[in-house]
Design a protein around this ligand. Structure first.
Ligand code: SF4
Length: 210
């Protein structure tokens, strides 16, 4: 299980507080009732949006957060996804979203460890779903962590061009608990490129065998 670092940190801070553990249990119960991976991914994304609504609507966040359409500063970091989220992203590729396969292979080779990923140069670390204008091609289906990475201050603090991640995130503890629960529930998880590569590879093999 590769739980995103921020959600993991929130879980370690909050796991003695019953009100947050209720969220973890609620999400696991909810996901257990849905037999379809893509539907599960969409449900968790919708739940996170609901949890985020209040904090992201706060006037201070609106005034001081640079996280707006077209800013892709955080899209050069290592993003973790569940198997369900990877299947949703692969569905988008199957529907026609174009990706740079060479970049996917390069990033997938770096595996799940942050140290290997951050050895890649800044451009090579760009998410496979970024377009040439810095927009996310799968915005409505972006992974959970892409929905909670909001900062206050300058966008440059997310840039990681020096290979280090130093972000001051707007705290979204309920969303972090939901993310933690979805990773706990997930049959598999890993970095976005390794999981997308894996699902694509499995589909490819199934097609060859049929
Ligand atoms: S999925 Fe979209 S929002 Fe998330 S890192 Fe990739 S381009 Fe950025």
């Amino acid at each position: 299980m590769k739980v995103p670092a921020v959600a993991n940190r929130s879980f370690e801070e909050l796991n003695k507080k019953p009100e947050f553990m209720v969220i973890v249990q609620f999400i696991i119960d909810k996901l257990s009732k849905i037999p379809f991976p893509i539907k599960r991914a969409k449900i968790i994304h919708q739940t996170i949006e609901e949890f985020n609504q209040e904090v992201f609507a706060h006037p201070l966040v609106k005034q001081f957060s640079p996280c707006k359409s077209g800013c892709s500063a955080c899209c050069h970091t290592q993003v973790s996804v569940t198997r369900d989220e990877a299947e949703l992203l692969v569905q988008r590729i199957a529907d026609g979203v174009e990706i740079n396969i060479d970049q996917l292979i390069l990033q997938a080779k770096a595996g799940d460890t942050a140290s290997e990923f951050y050895k890649l140069d800044y451009e090579s670390r760009g998410c496979i779903f970024l377009d040439e204008k810095g927009l996310c091609k799968v915005y409505e289906d972006r992974p959970s962590v892409c929905r909670t990475n909001a900062v206050l201050g300058e966008a440059d603090q997310c840039k990681t061009s020096d290979g280090h991640q130093q972000v001051r995130l707007v705290k979204t503890p309920q969303s972090d608990m939901a993310i933690y629960a979805s990773f706990l529930f997930a049959e598999e998880s890993g970095s976005l490129p390794t999981m997308v590569f894996k699902v694509l590879d499995e589909i490819n093999n199934e097609v060859k065998e049929s």
